[in-house]
Design a protein around this ligand. Sequence first.
Ligand code: ZN
Ligand code: ZN
Length: 172
Amino acid sequence: MASQACCSSASPARTVSPLGSGQCQCGALRYQVAAPPFVAYTCHCRECQRLSASAFNTCAQVPAEAVTITAGQAATRTRPTETGNELTMWFCSACSSTLFCQNSARPRIRTVFIGTLDHPTNVEVSAHIWLKRKLPWVTLPVAHRQFEASADWTADYADDLARYKNTPTPKA
Ligand SMILES: [Zn+2]
Ligand SMILES: [Zn+2]
């Protein structure tokens, strides 16, 4: 794929504008994301199929501290992951829509579900993961990055690798 340009601020297909505001289905729970995503992708795993009640979920990874709940009451639920970590989901306590999640292995990264954004066109998906679970009628753009299972987003976090690796200080 694309070679990694030294010192460039541009990661592969990175969206540069902040994701902006979003909400649950009933509108009681609203949030703001004050940063652009590191990476945006679809996930075709069985958990995301169940969560979205659909073929796949659409996800954008942002700095956790960039996400602010601006209205309503969020509830959380935590489930174990296959790799032994914990995944916390945030959802509206009124209508139960799920808005974002966070993996305990990467506490400084929040995954926002793109369908809940007020302007989902603010972000463009450029990768697809867990294709071993993809439903056969789903076709993907050939130029997009594709992964059979989970992905390595190291190149997408080139500007902030410590965040992705969950290390306290960036290496010189
Ligand atoms: Zn709601
Ligand atoms: Zn998934």
